[in-house]
Structure formats: structure tokens, C-alpha cells
Design a protein around this ligand. Sequence first.
Ligand code: FES
Ligand SMILES: [Fe+2]
Length: 436
Amino acid sequence: MLTAEQNERLTRVGPGTPMGELMRRYWHPIAASVELDADNPTKEVRLLGEDLVLYRDASGTVGLIEPSCAHRKANLSYGIPEENGIRCAYHGWIFNEKGQCVDQPSEPEGSKFKDKVRIKAYDAQELGGVVFAYMGPQPAPLLPRVDVLVWPGVRRTQSIMIPCNWLQCHENSLDPLHFQWLHRYWGGWVMNRDKPPEMRDAWNARIGSRGADHRKIGFEVTDYGVIKRRLVGDETEQDDYWQMGHPILFPHVLHITSNLQYRVPVDDTHTLHFVVDLQPLEPGEEQPDVVPHEVVPVFQDDGRIKADWVLGQDQAAWVMQGPITDRTTERLGVSDVGLIMFRRMLEDQMRIVESGGEPMNVIRNPDENEILIYPVEHFEYPGYEGRLRGPFKDIVVNNTIEAELSGEGAKLAEWDGIEIDDPATVRRSRMVGDVL
Ligand code: FES
Ligand SMILES: [Fe+2]
């Protein structure tokens, strides 16, 4: 349970708020590269409580600027891409990616007025088919070259606008137990009612391993965030779920199987869930040039949340807590130790920023940023023999906090006779369109 003030500090993300200032020390995915092309050169976006315009100029440079033209305030999302910036629709002024006005075509010849005109601009960079934005103080840190963004392979991306605060989305990552209940039990219950038997059985087989009864959970604090571990069903401490676990990259990224899931704070009551997925190239398969993107709706036509896939169930859990979770009346149990730890970590890092310091997991050394590889259970590491566990064959479990749970669950009749899939064979993550 938090005080109202503690909850405000963790959830408000606008300019000048403690969490907003912490979040401004990191890069955020804001769009897919393919969303900006000659047909659609601009996109209106919102990030950390600010409305902005993202554009790609005719030379291919991406810019992120305030929406209003400095002249007479026309919205620059209606602008025309030129070689050196975006030209305002109203009187033709051009602004570049630094926010500098570089052309005022109708002013007197030789006028230097344009040199004095600037609008707000933030850094934007592309990596792995994703446009990232940085809105904090200069010099900007390096854009983290996380493995999924850098390795060769078949990448695809999704974005989903979630109508609730970022923290309740991300706290889900510190909550291993929800897999057993939200995905296996509730998700199974939904699928058992709505899907034909073969689809229902395939779901129950696939979700059964990670959603088995949880006997122990563990969380290890690292310099990049947290590793989350679980011991489920009949598995032992030598199995991947306990040895490897998977990381939560501070402040707002979940790295699970072949996914990166960014919980991007749009404003206090909206989160852009941006997902990047990587599948290793099969022998002889060519590296694709383009990373396709899909914009996924949260709701079905009947106004209910679409819950027949894993992320849909997560989204249901986030949205059903309300626009901002009321943490002043929640009652946390032992199974919530991970998110209690993470809230403390957030508070510590907000204080570091408030006292003028640099928070954790801000990357400035290019040598460390060539590629950032993390331990992820059942993940295929490209280029490593045997692929599973990659460079983490000798990982040592060093949890900061652990909790023993009863290991008790509940069963559905439809699970009888279902053979659970081996988690090592359920590596290929599936995104929307695949209901399993
Ligand atoms: S309002 Fe943009 S050029 Fe006049
Ligand atoms: Fe989940």
C-alpha cells in the first residue's frame, strides 16, 4: 500500500514531475520506421505528456519537433518533407531536426531573421526498424543496442495504445505469478469457452509449462535492472526458468523469449506498448530489408478487451485496474515482493535525478554498447552453438530476494489428458493474429 503522494510520484510523467524527469533520461520507442514514408511523412505523437510531430524529410532524416510552427502556429504534421526539413503548409517556412528554421521564402532577400527562429526539438534515432526518442538533458546518452534490435534475424514490431498508466503495465513484469492465474487459468477459461477443441487444447498445452503452479520466485538486482526467476511445477533449480529467468531492463522494458516489450509513458493515463520480436534466420534465409509493423487495437467491436492471446490478457489486467491504479487501498502479499522491490528502485532512481545525478542503466560508453546481450530463458541466441543459453552457460543465480510460495493452484477440467509442451520448443513468440 502506498500513500497518495507516493503513488503520484511513481505515476505522473509530465514535464517537471519526478517520474517524468527520470523517464526523460532514457530513449523511448515512439514509432516504427515504416510508419514514416513518402506517403506518410509525418505522424502526430505524444510522449511523457507532450504532443509532438515526428517526420521524415526528403533526405531520410527523422525529426521530432513541437507541433506548432513558430510563425503563426500552423500544425507541422501537415507539412511537406524537403531535403533539409519539414516545410510548413501555411507560408512555407522550413524547420530541421534541430528545430532550427532554415528557410523563410517570402522574407526580404538577405534577411537573417530565420537564424533567430527555433522551435522545440528532441533527438530521434532509428534502430532495428524502430524510431526512438530522447527528451532529456544533453548530451544524450547512447541509444541502447539491445540484442533483439541488432542481431540478424526476422524482426517485426507492434504498437498498442493502452488506456492506462505505464506503471501498472510494467508492474506486471515483476509479477511472475500472474502467468499461472491470468494466462493459464483465466486465459484457459476464456479459451475453453470461446474456441474450438483443437485450438483450446493447443492453448492449454502451450501455456501449461510457464503457467504451472509457482513454488518459488526470485529477483536479482543487476546494474541494468532486475532478473526475474520462477520455479514452477516439477521443474528443478537447474531448469531455465530458475537458472536464466529473464530481465526487466530499467526503467520500462521486459525482455522475454524473443520479445522486447517497452511500456512507454505517453501521458499519465496512456501507455504505448511497443513490442519488437526477433526470430533467428533459418539456414539459407536472407536478412529482410524491411521490418513490418502492425498497429493493434486493445478492444474488440463489442467494447471488451480482446483476451484470446497472451498480450491481450496482460492488457486486460492492466486496463481493468482503472486509468491509474489506486495503490492507497491495495493489499500486497508475499507473491508481490518483486514489485515492492521495483517501486523502491524507481523511488531511489527518482531521488538520484532530483539530486542532480545520473540514474542507472544510462549508457554512454560506445564499447559497452556494441550489442547488449541479456540472460533470457528458452531464448535462441543467434550465432551460439546450441543457441539456448548463449553466453550464459555458467550463469550463477544470485537473487536479491526470494519467496517460497505454497505451489497450490487450481485446475480446469479441460486440462485433463493434455500433454504440456516442452518450454524449449515453445520459443517462437506469436504476436497478434496468432491466437495461441
Ligand atoms: S504558420 Fe507556418 S509558415 Fe506561417
Ligand atoms: Fe503476462
